[in-house]
Ligand binder design. Sequence first.
Ligand code: 9WO
Length: 253
Amino acid sequence: MRIDVVTLFPDFVQQCARFGVIGRAVERGLLEVEAWNPRDHATGGYRRVDDSVCGGGPGMVMLIEPLRKTLAAARQAVAGTAPVIYLSPQGQRLTQEKVQELAGLPRMILLCGRYEGIDERLIEHEVDEELSIGDYVLSGGELAAAVLIDAIGRLQEGALGDAQSALQDSFSDGLLDCPHYTRPVSHEWGEVPAVLLSGDHAAINRWRRMQSLGRTWLRRPELLENLTLGENDQRLLEEFKREHKGNTHEQDH
Ligand code: 9WO
């Protein structure tokens, strides 16, 4: 997969693709990340990429033409259509389902704004989708682009080792992850749950599923509203709720 990023800070974006799982995916040719700087396509002595806000108000707005030329250059770089995705607080909220959809594309172009934003006419004519990683305003779209590159990059086939299969990701089925433990088995802060030491993989998988369901119920119940749980999952969640109520009752005394 190839991701082209239009950004005033290309070094930042390239650095984000150099480490860990994403760095290895790039080294293995599973992922390609290219950055394009609108300042390279700005004209005039000052190579302006922004201008004052029409109607007055604080800050600056990114100009149409440098972005238009940069997008044209990015499209021309590699054949094939690529959706243009603008990272903005006004976008559709990013979900794992959306990440999985995007991870299946051969190419995409990410557009990162700065200042107060981008001239609306550029968005209307060039942007296919707006995506938000959360309801907060950052200094620019680059960190959101880095999040998207990471979430998509780790889903590229071969990016994760077998032991880290993305298919095991709890969020891949809409649930929160189960707790994880490592050595020492005994610590002043507690013991590793015995089931994880039992070698009984069916029991371990059952415990992990119950923990994912239970944690989702406790911490993000709204996620369960979007899911249709099978009979087994419903039984596991009920068992978790009974145990949780029992523990909470103990804690009250
Ligand atoms: C700046 C600003 C200042 C005062 C009042 C309102 C304001 N809105 C903005 C603003 O949205 N600036 C953006 C900066 C313009 C587009 C790029 N920037 C950005 C993207 N900030 N936060 C994001 C972002 C992207 C994806 N998901 C969450 C946040």
